[in-house]
Write a protein that binds this ligand. Structure first.
Ligand SMILES: NC(=O)c1ccc[n+]([C@@H]2O[C@H](COP(=O)([O-])OP(=O)(O)OC[C@H]3O[C@@H](n4cnc5c(N)ncnc54)[C@H](O)[C@@H]3O)[C@@H](O)[C@H]2O)c1
Ligand SMILES: [Zn+2]
Length: 424
């Protein structure tokens, strides 16, 4: 198992009372584990959103974490959880629906209004934590940062027009000379370009927290998370991770369905590295008032993700390059980690090979677990067993695979991501 340890001097640090909003989720629960392991006390405020948490308190959430079930927008619950809190990690959010204009009121209500409620409650109840860390998102960049291959100009291009994509012309073009734009690491200074309600709500969340910090004196750090992956990730989210979906298809001996030509670049960052960066943001005053990218900084193509997962699962299955597209998708974006390195001393430690293998192992393991030890997947009878090879940290591991879960892995489900359009 990959250890999230941040290399800090914990637990010699004094124990702090930490509040994690959305702490029963994927990232929040890993963060809770690391904070508890460091000797802190963790309180979680989470509404246990039914599609994500069909069985209430998730089993993976440490028993040592105090869970208050409640909505971030509810002042009564906030009044309950805020007293005595030293540090706040604000992670509660809805995570997009894969469609630019879907779920407008839900995103704005939970992400923007929910953040407003949290800050208002801090003000009303005179809670002044030592630090507030908000989980922002790379979605607010829109397209990544580029340089023109012909005229060498730096470019912050707009999202590609559907008319271009219908011609199967995937690369982003220079607005000045028409040359193909080459992706570069995306810096925090790149102007945001909002193309979805989700991105708008995340930017609001970030802006609200930073503004609150400037006016109240509470030190605030906004971490712009890139594409986070790892164990405990759910496919029940409206916008599930591409790595988990590919792995789910591969486990079922189905080829991952890759949009466009598969050369799109993303920044896939292990949840363990995100936790490490979060702890560093908590500890280091250099990050006060700052917006900081948290990625792995190593670009990876969508096609490569599918190939690494296939190798990890011991499957000789190549991805299907569909040459289809989803309107509004970005072409390339990966993190410039200079600021994270400078202010947080953050260095990602989990390689794609290691992290994707851990994800694949976990998905396999879940298939053979009884219902009692799962939270998000219904039990299905044992139909078949396979032995696959997966290498984590250099150790070859044999994993036994039980009957594949129908809901997670059904053809409909796997194909429902992403809603796509074919090239005319
Ligand atoms: N996972 C990623 O790739 C990624 C990328 C960029 C940013 N982020 C941000 O990181 C944070 C955590 O993401 P995650 O992937 O762990 O998501 P997640 O969906 O697993 O966890 C979010 C948690 O928030 C809770 N929640 C939702 N609405 C709530 C409300 N109204 N009140 C209280 N709790 C509520 C949910 O029940 C869930 O447990 C989010 O703010 C997300 O926008 C995640
Ligand atoms: Zn040019």
């Amino acid at each position: 198992m990959i250890q999230p340890g941040n290399g800090s001097k914990y637990p010699s640090h004094p124990s702090k009372q930490i509040l994690i909003t959305g702490g029963a989720g994927f990232i929040g629960s890993h963060l809770a584990d690391a904070l508890l392991a460091s000797g802190h006390r963790v309180r979680v405020l989470d509404s246990l959103l039914p599609p994500l948490h069909p069985n209430g308190r998730p089993e993976y959430l440490s028993g040592a974490a105090e869970l208050v079930r409640g909505d971030i927008r509810d002042p009564k619950r906030l009044r309950e959880v805020l007293p005595g809190v030293d540090i706040i990690f604000h992670l509660a959010a809805t995570n997009g629906a894969g469609q630019p204009m879907d779920a407008i009121s839900r995103s704005m209500s939970v992400n923007a209004q929910g953040t407003t409620a949290l800050l208002q409650a801090m003000l009303d109840f005179r809670v002044t934590p030592e630090k507030l860390i908000v989980a922002s998102s790379m979605s607010i960049y829109g397209e990544g940062q580029y340089v023109c291959s012909v005229c060498s100009r730096q470019a912050f291009p707009d999202i590609r027009a559907s008319a271009q994509l219908q011609l199967g012309r995937w690369e982003v073009r220079c607005a000045d000379c028409g040359g193909v734009l080459m992706p570069r690491p995306t810096h925090e200074a790149k102007p945001s370009a909002i193309h979805s309600i989700h991105a708008l709500s995340k930017r609001d969340q970030e802006d609200l927290c930073l503004l609150y910090g400037r006016t109240s004196g509470v030190p605030v750090t906004a971490l712009r998370l890139f594409n986070v992956y790892g164990t405990r990730q759910t496919l029940s989210s409206p916008n599930p991770s591409v790595a988990a979906l590919f792995a789910a298809r591969l486990i079922r001996d189905q080829a991952p369905l890759v949009l466009e030509d598969g050369a799109q670049i993303r920044d896939l960052v292990s949840v363990h590295d995100v936790v490490r960066a979060s702890l560093l943001a908590m500890e280091r005053s250099e990050s006060d008032g700052q917006v900081i990218n948290v990625g792995c900084g190593i670009p990876i193509t969508i096609r490569r993700i599918a190939q690494i997962l296939a190798a990890a699962l011991g499957k000789k299955i190549e991805p299907v390059i569909t040459q289809r597209f989803r309107a509004g998708d970005i072409r390339h974006c990966y993190a410039d980690q200079t600021k994270a390195r400078r202010l947080l001393r953050y260095e990602p430690r989990v390689s794609h090979d290691q992290g994707l293998c851990e994800l694949a192992e976990w998905l396999l393991q879940r298939q053979s677990e009884p219902q009692a030890s799962r939270d998000r997947v219904p039990k299905t009878p044992q139909l078949q067993t396979r032995v696959t090879a997966c290498s984590t940290n250099g150790n070859l591991m044999q994993a036994r695979l039980g009957r594949l879960d129908e809901r997670w892995l059904s053809e409909d489900y796997a194909q429902s991501w992403p809603p796509e359009t074919s090239v005319q």
